[in-house]
Structure formats: structure tokens, C-alpha cells
Design a protein. Structure first.
Length: 357
């Protein structure tokens, strides 16, 4: 069994990303073999997988196995920057380029020069930045904001996404030419539910890791707990598994984790939650019958019906995700920038500004 761990795992206790990968399940072993074949090349690489499946870990492993392994590895989340700061963060800026630019600053491409730049959630990159990224990949040089002097770079790009970029291209949210530039070497990272052979080895790893962190003596899983872990669908993937084990260790007795200690919640079976005071559009049937609900609305002859429905979808999704724009984008399979623009248009961000992310 092969194992990959994040070098800063203990600093990521509140992150949604995975901190360890094991390769015991046959699908995982096949994945590892593909990674090892692609890593030595200089090809741009696109990693596709759900949140918490270990995309950054795969990117780091690709870097370590390449000839750039001793050079910098720089990880950047494209959804973490305000749209007005993306260009400066990626490509750098000169002193005086904009208000507040009191010093010149190198961007992430320059920081990764000679090594690997990992762009996570690349589907959240604004379209105008996608054009500039494509130019950088073609010309192998960056131009800082406020400058006209190109700076040569030697960077291997590894990008990751949890959305289907091909669908995003069709929808007009992602540039087709950039998609093909990134799609040279593709790695599809299966969700944890599709590689069940990794579940118990991961659980054992997290048991040992968190026992050490908490200063506990060695704990174990009951047979019933193992069955529960194997039957769960793991919508949050590896990170959800780690959190479940951490919680179980805090509440279990006699250092034996029982099924009730795991506190697993399968969000996929819960369905769409609705707050009575915040839903102008109600789908009352069980299971939800969208066609019937729309037909009922059509019969009411509501003005601006399309706007009404679209606004309801965005508002409901945003509140379902507890005011998290990034999660709302993932739920609707669109970019965070589109979510932000629509929420600003309907006034939702102003009313929930305290929780908007």
C-alpha cells in the first residue's frame, strides 16, 4: 500500500482539502500508475475530482516525481481571490500600478519559476484572466500589472477543478482554447465511494494520527463501525472521513469507536432544505416534482417569471450552502464569479454580508 501525506497536514485542520492519500483499492493503484507515468513529462496537467479527494496531494506528487522536484511547488486557489486582485496575484504588479501598490511584487508565476504552479479550482478564474493565462502558457512569459516588460518564466502548470470544464465551455463560462491547452494530460481522481478499498486504511491512519495529536492511547474500530464506514457514501470524501474519525475519538469510550460515535450525515439523502420565511418558490411534493411546480406557476401568470425562478434558485442555493459563495457555485456547477454577480444583482449579498464567503 502506497501513502502520500500533505507536508503541512496539521496546519489544515479547518480546511476542506484532503491531507492524505492511500493507494490500496485497485482503482487507486491504477491511478497511482497513471500519475507515475505522467509525472516525468513537462505536459500541463488537469486534475479532475470532487472536493476533498486529494487533488493538491496528487499535484504535489506529480511535482516530486518530476525533474522539477527540488524546485518550488506553489499552490494557489483561484476561487480565493477577489476578481480585482487576480491579475496582480498571478502575474505580479509594479509600484504605483494601482491604489495601494506601494511596492513592486512578484506574482505566483514568478514565485514558481523553475518549478510547478498548482492552480486549484481553475474553473473559478474570470474569463478575462483566462485570456491572460492562455497567453502566459503560450508565450512562456508574464507581464506585471503596470509594466510593459515581459519576464520569461519556466513553470509547469498543474490545474485542478471539481466541475466539468467541458460543460463550462459549452455554457460559455470557460474558454475552449484554454481548456485544450490544459487538457494535455488529464487525471480523474475518483471519489472515495468509488474506491472502497481505501476507506479502512485511511480510517486506521486517521485513528493513529489523531490519537497522537490528542495524546490518547491507541484506539480501534469495532466491526460494526467498519461496516458503517464502508456503507457510507462519503460526499465530503477523505476530509469528511478524517473529521468523522476525529469526532469519534473525542466521544468514544474505552478507546473503541462504535457506530454511534461516528456521527455520519449523508447530505446526498437529505434533499434540498428550505426555510419557510425565505422561499418565494415552494416545491411541496415529495419527492420534489419540479415540472408540476413550474406548471402551477405558469397557470398563475406571474410577471417576469423567468427572473423570479432564477432568483429563487440562486437565493435558495446560497442559503442552503449557509452563505458560502464557493459552495454555492459547486452546488450549481457554475463559477463563483457568476454566483457573486447574480447575488449582488438580487441584493442577497448585502443582506447576508456577515456570512458571505
Amino acid at each position: 500500500m502506497s501513502l502520500i501525506t500533505h507536508p503541512h497536514a496539521r496546519e489544515l485542520t479547518k480546511s476542506v482539502r484532503a491531507t492524505v492519500l492511500v493507494f490500496k483499492d485497485p482503482r487507486s493503484q491504477e491511478l497511482l500508475s497513471r500519475i507515475e507515468r505522467l509525472a516525468p513529462s513537462e505536459a500541463n496537467t488537469l486534475i479532475i475530482g470532487e472536493t476533498g479527494t486529494g487533488k493538491e496531494l496528487v499535484a504535489r506528487h506529480i511535482h516530486q516525481l518530476s525533474r522539477r522536484g527540488r524546485e518550488p511547488f506553489v499552490a494557489v486557489n483561484c476561487g480565493a481571490f477577489a476578481e480585482t486582485l487576480v491579475e496582480s496575484e498571478l502575474f505580479g504588479h509594479e509600484k504605483g500600478a494601482f491604489t495601494g501598490a506601494t511596492n513592486s511584487k512578484a506574482g505566483w508565476f514568478e514565485a514558481a519559476n523553475g518549478g510547478t504552479l498548482f492552480l486549484d479550482e481553475i474553473g473559478d478564474l474570470p474569463l478575462n484572466m483566462q485570456v491572460k493565462l492562455l497567453r502566459v502558457l503560450q508565450e512562456r512569459e508574464v507581464v506585471r500589472l503596470g509594466s510593459r516588460t515581459p519576464i520569461p518564466i519556466n513553470v509547469r502548470l498543474v490545474a485542478a477543478t471539481n466541475v466539468n470544464l467541458a460543460d463550462a465551455v459549452v455554457a460559455g463560462h470557460f474558454r475552449e482554447d484554454l481548456f485544450y491547452r490544459l487538457h494535455v494530460a488529464t487525471i480523474r481522481l475518483p471519489p472515495l465511494r468509488e474506491r472502497p478499498g481505501d476507506i479502512l486504511p485511511l480510517a486506521e491512519f486517521f485513528l493513529e494520527e489523531h490519537c497522537q495529536r490528542l495524546g490518547y492511547s491507541r484506539a480501534s474500530l469495532s466491526l460494526e463501525s467498519e461496516r458503517k464506514l464502508l456503507s457510507h457514501s462519503w460526499p465530503g470524501n477523505i476530509r469528511e472521513l478524517e473529521n468523522a474519525i476525529h469526532h469519534a475519538l473525542l466521544v468514544c469510550r474505552q478507546q473503541v469507536v462504535q457506530p454511534a460515535d461516528l456521527h455520519l450525515v449523508d447530505m446526498r439523502s437529505v434533499g434540498i432544505r428550505q426555510e419557510e420565511h425565505s422561499q418565494p418558490l415552494r416545491l411541496a411534493s415529495e419527492p420534489p416534482n419540479l415540472e408540476a411546480a413550474l406548471t402551477a406557476l405558469f397557470e398563475q401568470n406571474i410577471p417576469d417569471l423567468y427572473e423570479h425562478i432564477e432568483e429563487t434558485v440562486f437565493r435558495t442555493a446560497y442559503r442552503f450552502c449557509h452563505g458560502n459563495q464557493l459552495q454555492t457555485g459547486r452546488l450549481l456547477n457554475i463559477s463563483r464569479n457568476i454566483v457573486r454577480a447574480r447575488l449582488e444583482k438580487i441584493g442577497e449579498l448585502k443582506r447576508t454580508d456577515g456570512v458571505a464567503l
